[in-house]
Design a protein around this ligand. Structure first.
Ligand code: ZN
Length: 509
């Protein structure tokens, strides 16, 4: 009996047992022993995701070694009606790479596709296969005196195919843009098995629809990205990094504007952190210390970089500091004088993420609003959440230079479980506010499973209709990553209530 027999018997696969058996045998021939994982112990790591919020089921993981193998596997799956769940480093935060628990599927891992196909330092381009780990790509660029600027917490294990499929952001978007803006071309295997090669080394290409953008950020629902041509930049040779203390959120935006104006747009990062964030990072993360003598309501981590050999960035930073003091935008600050100090500043920012676990349950909203609306958004969101629970501990931090706020809530001290039970009310309050300010309910993490119900509520009916039409044209059998991103129209969209179970699972991590 093959692993899919019960599903065939129950009519959940639109193919006969003989057809599925034949397809599986052929898939095994295509990927060989090295690409075929069917033992429960081997499959286990592919069933859950990084936060442990979702657990799926599959009977088979295939690991093709080339685009040709991906193409042949997908064509065989399409013929037999088998669903395909593409998976990269499996570090996503929205459950997009988890196989469904209730429908027969094959997980297609890109992890064996790790070749660097071409590097052209003079053209500032690098072409890599989807399974290349982000940190390895950064290292390859560096060996050629170049920078690949995509940088995020999971870079040691996330894969570029997943970064593109989720249009990853991170800490340098302000200067270089997100994954979408760093991509010149993609190679994609379509749900019928055909290969679409758009790996062009061009900055200018006005030949009709820019198809690569359909697949970037589509979370594997429209095609499997198997390779990409990426943009490289001159490697920075000097940095200047500072932490400033600020009296208010309005001052944060004033400092951002001042710094952009005064630094010839050399800013690479502009991250804001509230006092509560610094406190918990110092409490729970080893090596994190208060950066300044006196506590301050808000902090900004500001970094500039340049590839110019003789630039004195610290002098520029001192100029920003002086002007901001003069304007009362900052009350104190410190500029890193050593690489060790620079690392210590970044450790505070990274520690904020890590430290939340130590404070009990939390709810997390990755949202964006126009940069100038960040202060009013954060103030109103804190107010709205305190109306729901007076002692909730808000933690708003993140990439303020991009208008991207990680608006998180930590349970009140001594919480009896009410906090998580109220999750739906918090989410509605935060997302309603985001929507009223023309913001986005998912700034950089994507939709996956976590936010698909919310997407159905907050994206316009016309946009949702266009998305569904694109999906149905490219994947008429609904084989690729089913039930991710888009909900089926018949399940409708209900704001409160419908999403509660997902929110609670989200909150449990
Ligand atoms: Zn982030």
């Amino acid at each position: 009996m093959n692993a899919f027999e019960p599903a065939i018997a129950a009519g959940r696969i639109d193919a006969s047992l003989m057809e599925v058996n034949a397809a599986l045998a052929q898939i095994r021939d295509v990927v060989g022993e090295a690409g075929w994982l069917a033992a429960p112990g081997d499959i286990e790591p592919y069933l859950t995701e990084s936060r442990g919020l979702y657990r799926g089921a599959t009977r088979l993981v295939v690991r093709p070694a080339s685009t040709d193998e991906v193409s042949r596997v997908v064509a065989l799956c399409a013929a037999a009606g088998l669903k395909v769940i593409p998976q990269g480093g499996n570090t996503g935060l929205c459950g997009a790479a988890v196989p469904p628990g209730d429908s027969p599927n094959i997980v297609l891992s890109l992890s064996r596709m790790r070749r660097v196909r071409a590097i052209d330092p003079e053209n500032f381009t690098l072409t890599v296969e989807a399974g290349c780990v982000l940190a390895d790509i950064q290292a390859i660029a560096e060996q050629h005196d170049r920078l690949f600027p995509l940088s995020l917490g999971a870079q040691g294990s996330c894969q570029i195919g997943g970064n593109l499929s989720t249009n990853a952001g991170g800490v340098q978007v302000l200067r270089y843009g997100n994954a979408r803006e760093l991509t010149l071309g993609v190679e994609v295997v379509l749900p019928d098995g055909r290969v679409m090669n758009s790996l062009r080394l061009l900055r200018k290409d006005n030949t009709g629809y820019d198809l690569k953008h359909l697949f970037i950020g589509a979370e594997g629902t429209l095609g499997i990205i198997t390779a990409a041509t990426l943009k490289l930049y001159p490697k920075p040779v000097s940095h200047s990094t500072a932490i400033f203390a600020l009296p208010s959120l309005d001052a944060v935006i004033e400092l951002l504007s001042l710094a952009r104006t005064m630094t010839a747009d050399l800013l690479t990062a502009f991250e804001f952190i509230p006092r509560f964030g610094v406190e918990i990072a110092a409490r729970h993360v080893e090596g994190v210390r208060d950066p300044l003598d006196a506590p301050s309501p808000w902090y900004v981590l500001l970094e500039m970089s340049t590839s110019a050999r003789d630039a004195s960035l610290d002098a520029v930073m001192e100029g920003v500091f002086a002007a901001a003091l003069e304007a009362d935008s900052v009350t104190d600050g410190v500029i890193a004088t050593t690489e060790q100090q620079r690392q210590a500043f970044w450790k505070i920012r990274e520690g904020v993420v890590e430290a939340q676990k130590g404070e009990g349950a939390s709810l997390k909203y990755d949202v964006s609003v126009p940069v100038t609306s960040v202060p009013s958004f954060v103030k109103a969101a804190i107010e709205a959440c305190r109306q729901i629970s007076a002692n909730v501990r808000p933690l708003a931090f993140g990439h303020v230079g991009d208008g991207n706020v990680h608006f998180n809530l930590t349970a009140p001290i001594g919480d009896d479980g009410t906090f998580i039970a109220t999750a739906a009310a918090f989410e509605d309050a935060v997302f309603d506010l985001v929507a009223s300010m023309n913001g986005s309910i998912s700034a950089e993490h994507g939709i996956g499973l976590t936010k698909k119900r919310a997407l159905a509520c907050y994206k316009s009916a016309v946009e949702l209709d266009v998305m569904r039409k694109i999906k149905s044209v490219l994947d008429p059998q609904m084989l690729f990553n089913p039930d991710k991103v888009l909900m089926s129209p018949e399940s409708g969209a209900a704001k409160a209530g419908a999403a509660i179970s997902e929110r609670v699972r989200h909150a449990a991590a």
